[in-house]
Every structure is written in C-alpha cells, then in structure tokens.
Design a protein around this ligand. Structure first.
Ligand SMILES: Cc1cc2nc3c(=O)[nH]c(=O)nc-3n(C[C@H](O)[C@H](O)[C@H](O)COP(=O)(O)O)c2cc1C
Length: 206
C-alpha cells in the first residue's frame, strides 16, 4: 500500500468528508434543460451529468439521478431544449433547480423569459446566448456492474435546431469563452467560469 495514495472502493465508502467523485469528474458543462409535460406544463432544470456525444448528427445527453420531472416530460413528448448556462445567468440557473411541483414553471420562478422554439414544443431561455432544440433518440435506466438497475436515467437527444447569439461569433467562428459559460465543480457549491485566459492550444500529432 502506498501511504501517499488514498484508495477506496466506492461501494464500501470513500472515507473522506465529501465524496470526491463530483469534484474529480469536473468541471462539467451544465445541461440546462427545458421541457414540457404532455399536459403542456413547462419545466426548466440544470443537469451537470451532461455532455455532447456525437458530431453528425449532433447528439447531447444527460443523466437524471432519480426519475425527475425533466425525464418524465422528455419520455412523454420526446423533445427538450438545451440552454447554455453563463456567469450572467448563474443565479437564475441555480433558482431553476428548486424541487417544486411539476406544474410550477421554473422560467417564472427564476425570472426568465420563454422564447418559442422553431421545431420542438418546449421554449428556450431567451436570455441564454445559445440553445439546442433536441428530439429524443434513446433513453435507458443505468445499471451497476452486476446488471442491477440503478435509480438513474440516461436521456440522449439529436440536436435538430441551433440558436446562437451572433455576439458569440468572431469572424464567423464560435468563441467558447465569449459567453462566459459556467461549469459545475464538486462539493455543494463549486462552479468554474470559462474565460479567454484559461485557454491553451494543442494540435494533434500527424
Ligand atoms: C448545477 C446543477 C447541476 C445539477 N445536475 C444534476 C444532474 O446531473 N442530475 C440530476 O438528477 N440532478 C441534477 N441537479 C439537480 C436538479 O436540477 C434538481 O433535482 C431539479 O429539481 C430537477 O428538476 P426537474 O424535476 O424539474 O427535472 C443539478 C442541480 C444543479 C444546480
């Protein structure tokens, strides 16, 4: 045993004041997802178990820990919208994670404006500089290494329409740092902000 290495098997506990998993697999982009239930109720919530998984067609996905309103809505209507969470919208993003009844519209709760989508039913966040309209491609319940079901659901969707504030385009190239996106770190409250100073460039070997 190397005394300098803290090793553990997660199923037996991490033995630390806080589970480090979230802080290690991070910072993570935030899937700020708007959706609508089959009855039409609008929902908005952040999901940091989120990422992009394919270029052509573009596919994004998120995992819901527990069967939450967003998953139920997406399974009912097969549509959702991803909205970019930025430093300027951090407080509103955070307000939209409140555990409220399905009929509560988190746009109103967080003081955000609904902008109509072009191809899907759920609205996008008008204040957000980028939004993806998505159609459900796959969803499944996660399993552990023994094949036992875990109380978590994976949702994947094809991006069928994209909206970008032209201020984010520099000579036509999307500038990641321009929007000041925020990413989720670990612990109860850590976030990171993307800024131009933290960028470095590295080209792949030929
Ligand atoms: C930054 C941030 C990231 C979050 N990421 C997730 C996540 O990846 N999965 C999850 O199940 N909940 C996540 N949550 C909690 C949900 O947003 C919260 O449970 C919310 O009430 C779910 O809303 P819904 O039931 O309307 O879908 C996150 C919350 C915050 C603030």
């Amino acid at each position: 045993m190397n005394a300098d290495i803290h090793s553990y098997e997660p199923r037996l506990g991490h033995g630390l004041p806080h589970d480090p998993f979230n802080a290690i697999v991070g910072p993570r982009p935030i899937g700020w997802i708007s959706s609508r239930g089959e009855g039409g109720a609008v929902n908005l919530a952040p999901y940091s178990f989120f990422n992009g998984f394919n270029y052509t067609p573009p596919i994004v996905g998120f995992a819901s820990i527990g069967f939450k309103d967003t998953v139920r809505n997406v399974l009912q209507t097969r549509e959702f919208v991803w909205n970019l969470a930025t430093r300027a919208l951090a407080e509103q993003m955070n307000a939209s994670c409140a555990a409220v009844a399905p009929e509560v519209n988190e746009f109103e709760l967080a003081g955000l404006t609904q902008a109509p989508s072009r191809l899907v039913g759920p609205p996008r966040v008008a204040e957000s500089p980028v939004a993806f309209e998505c159609r459900l491609t796959q969803s499944f319940q996660l399993q552990d290494a023994h094949g036992a079901p875990v109380d978590s659901w994976m949702v994947l969707g094809e991006v069928v329409a994209v909206h970008i504030d032209r201020a984010m385009l520099k000579d036509g190239v999307y500038d990641t740092a321009a929007a000041r996106p925020i990413l989720r770190g670990g612990g109860p409250a850590d976030y990171f902000e993307i800024s131009p100073e933290t960028r470095f460039r590295m080209f792949r070997p030929r």
